[in-house]
Design a binder for this molecule. Structure first.
Ligand code: FAD
Ligand code: NAI
Length: 470
C-alpha cells in the first residue's frame, strides 16, 4: 500500500502536479499524487480551463447559429437553447479528461491517493482519505501544487446560486436576465461573454479604467470596443461597495473608484471575479516551517525549492502568472530537476489567452511595459481586415501586433486579437523561445490562405516598415 512505500516523490494537487508526477515516474522514480477533490486535474480540468472553454465554444456556436448563419447562406429553423444539454456537454468534456489523467497515472504507475495531505515532517505527509482512513506517506521529495482559490470581496457572501464565483457561473441552471460581473479580468470577460451570448444583459464593473487585467493598452482599447459592440456593458473606474440578495434579485452598490457618484445595480446573478489567491489551507506548512510571503504565496528559489530542501512548490500557489500551462511546465521542470539536477522554464515566453470571440492572446512584453523600462522598440501591426482568410471567413475583427527591439530587431512581444488568436500565439512563443528577429518571421513562408499570414505580415512591417497586403 502507499503507506508502506518509500517514495522518491509525493505530489500534492493540481494540473501542475500531474505532469510533475508523470515526468518523475517516467524517470523511474517511485511517485504518488495526493488529491482531495475526488477527481484529478485540479481547478483547470474540473472547474477552470476545460469547463469554461466548453461553455465558451458551445455558447459561441449557439450565438453564431442564431445570428450569423443566414448571411452565410445557411437557413436554419427556429434556434433554441437547451441549457441542460449544454451543461451535459460541459460535464462530458470534463469527465473525459479527468479520467484520461487517471488512465495516465495507471500507465506510468503513479499511485493516486484520494485525500487531503498535511505535512507531518519534512519527510512525511499525513493523508486524511476521502474514505475517512488516515495514513502517512514517506518520501524523499515533495511537490506542492495546491493551487489557488477565489479572492472574496469583504462583505459579499458567495452563495454559488445568486452571487457566484467562476465555479457557480459555469453551472447556472437558467440564463439570468441581468448579470453583474465584478472585475473585467480574464474570468469576468470569458464568463460574461458566455452568458451574454446565451441572452443575459451583462454589466461588467471594473475598478481600473482598462479591461483585461494588464494586457497591452492599445489591444485593451480595441477589445473593450469589440465586446461593447457584442452587447456587454461596462462600468469602468467603478468600485463595488457591497452586494446583497433581496428575494429573487441581488442589489449591487457601486461608486466611482475615486469616490463620488454612487448607484445600485440590480441583477439576477452576480459573478465575483476580482482575482485568485494562493491556497494552502490544511496543508500543514506551519508544521514544517515552509515560508509564505505576505500574499500567501509559497516562497521558492530558482529550483522550486522552499526553505525546506525536501519540499518544492509549483503553480498558482507560488510566484508568477496563474495559468495552467505555466503550472504544467513548472511541473515538468521540477521533476526533471529532481531526477537529473537540471530543468528548463522560460518565464519570458509564457503565453496568455482570453478565449472570447475574437480571442485575445499575447506573449512577452507589451508597449506600456517597454515604455516604463525605457526600451527602444518598433511595432508592426497588421489588421485581419486585410487578411484573405479572415475576410473569406467573414471574421475580421482584430489585428496582430509584433513588437521588436529598435536596434536588434529581436521580437520582444506579440499581441493578437482575432479569430484563433490562442492557436496563433504559439508561433510568437516559439519565435521568442528561439530568440527570433521580426525579419526571421517575416522571411518564413506561411501557408495561404491562413490567418497566420497576418503574423508574417506584422513581422514584415516591424522589420522593414512595409507589408505586401497592407
Ligand atoms: P490547481 O489547479 O488549483 O489544483 C490544486 C489542486 O490541489 C486542487 O484540485 C485541490 O483540490 C488540491 N489540493 C489543495 N490542497 C490539497 C491538500 N492539502 N491535499 C490534497 N489536495 C489538495 N488557465 C489557463 O492557462 N487557461 C485557461 O483557459 C484557464 N481558464 C480558467 C478558468 C477558470 C474559471 C479558472 C478559475 C481558472 C482558469 N485558469 C486557466 C487557471 C488554471 O486553472 C490554474 O492556473 C491552474 O489550475 C493552476 O494549477 P495548479 O496545479 O497550480 O493548482
Ligand atoms: P484577473 O486578475 O484576471 O482580473 C481581475 C479584475 O478585477 C482586474 O481587472 C481588477 O482590476 C478587477 N478588480 C479587482 N478588485 C476589484 C473590485 N473590488 N471591484 C471591481 N473590479 C476589481 O482575475 P480573474 O478574472 O478573477 O481570474 C483569476 C485568474 O485565473 C487570473 O489570474 C487568470 O490567470 C486565471 N484565468 C485564466 C484564464 C485564461 O487563461 N484564459 C481564464 C480564467 C482565469
Amino acid at each position: 500500500t502507499p503507506a508502506d512505500t518509500e517514495y522518491d516523490v509525493v505530489v500534492i494537487g493540481g494540473p501542475g502536479g500531474y505532469p510533475a508526477a508523470i515526468k518523475a515516474a517516467q524517470q523511474g522514480l517511485k511517485v504518488a499524487c495526493i488529491e482531495k477533490r475526488g477527481t484529478l486535474g485540479g481547478t483547470c480540468l474540473n472547474v477552470g480551463c476545460i469547463p469554461s472553454k466548453a461553455m465558451l465554444n458551445n455558447s459561441h456556436i449557439y450565438h453564431e447559429t442564431k445570428h450569423s448563419l443566414k448571411s452565410r447562406g445557411i437557413d436554419v429553423g427556429d434556434v433554441q437553447l437547451n441549457l441542460d444539454n449544454m451543461h451535459k456537454a460541459r460535464v462530458k468534456a470534463v469527465n473525459g479528461l479527468t479520467k484520461g489523467v487517471e488512465f495516465l497515472f495507471k500507465k506510468y504507475k503513479v499511485d493516486y491517493v484520494k485525500g487531503t495531505g498535511s505535512f507531518k515532517s519534512t519527510t512525511e505527509v499525513n493523508v486524511e482519505g476521502l474514505d475517512g482512513q488516515q495514513s502517512t506517506l514517506k518520501s524523499k521529495n515533495f511537490i506542492i501544487a495546491t493551487g489557488s482559490e477565489v479572492t472574496p470581496i469583504p462583505g459579499i457572501d458567495i452563495d454559488e446560486k445568486k452571487i457566484v464565483s467562476s465555479t457557480g457561473a459555469l453551472e447556472l441552471s437558467k440564463v439570468p436576465k441581468k448579470m453583474v460581473v465584478i472585475g473585467a479580468g480574464v474570468i469576468g470577460l470569458e464568463l460574461g461573454s458566455v452568458w451574454s451570448r446565451l441572452g443575459a444583459e451583462v454589466t461588467v464593473v471594473e475598478y481600473l479604467d482598462a479591461i483585461g487585467a494588464g494586457m497591452d493598452p492599445e489591444m485593451a482599447k480595441t477589445f473593450h470596443r469589440l465586446l461593447s459592440k457584442q452587447g456587454l456593458k461596462f462600468k469602468m473606474a467603478t468600485k463595488v461597495n457591497g452586494a446583497k440578495v433581496e428575494g429573487d434579485i441581488v442589489k449591487v452598490d457601486v461608486e466611482a473608484s475615486k469616490g463620488g457618484k454612487a448607484e445600485t445595480l440590480e441583477a439576477d446573478a452576480v459573478l465575483v471575479s476580482i482575482g485568485r489567491r494562493p491556497y494552502t489551507q490544511g496543508l500543514g506548512l506551519e508544521n514544517v516551517g515552509v515560508e509564505v510571503d505576505n500574499r500567501g504565496r509559497v516562497v521558492i528559489d530558482s529550483e522550486f525549492k522552499t526553505n525546506v530542501p525536501s519540499i518544492r512548490c509549483i503553480g498558482d500557489v507560488t510566484f508568477g502568472p496563474m495559468l495552467a500551462h505555466k503550472a504544467e511546465d513548472e511541473g515538468f521542470a521540477v521533476s526533471e530537476m529532481i531526477g537529473t539536477g537540471y530543468g528548463h522554464i522560460n518565464y519570458d515566453a509564457v503565453p496568455s489567452v482570453i478565449y472570447t470571440h475574437p480571442e485575445v492572446a499575447w506573449v512577452g512584453k507589451n508597449e506600456a511595459e517597454l515604455k516604463s523600462e525605457g526600451v527602444k522598440y518598433k511595432t508592426g501591426s497588421f489588421p485581419f481586415v486585410a487578411n484573405s482568410r479572415a475576410r473569406t471567413n467573414d471574421d475580421m475583427d482584430g489585428s496582430v501586433k509584433v513588437i521588436a527591439d529598435a536596434e536588434t530587431d529581436r521580437i520582444l512581444g506579440v499581441h493578437i486579437i482575432g479569430p484563433n488568436a490562442g492557436e496563433m500565439i504559439a508561433e510568437g512563443v516559439l519565435a521568442m523561445e528561439y530568440g527570433a528577429s521580426a525579419e526571421d518571421v517575416g522571411r518564413t513562408m506561411h501557408a495561404h490562405p491562413t490567418l497566420s499570414e497576418a503574423m508574417r505580415e506584422a513581422s514584415l512591417i516591424a522589420s522593414t516598415g512595409n507589408a505586401i497586403n497592407f
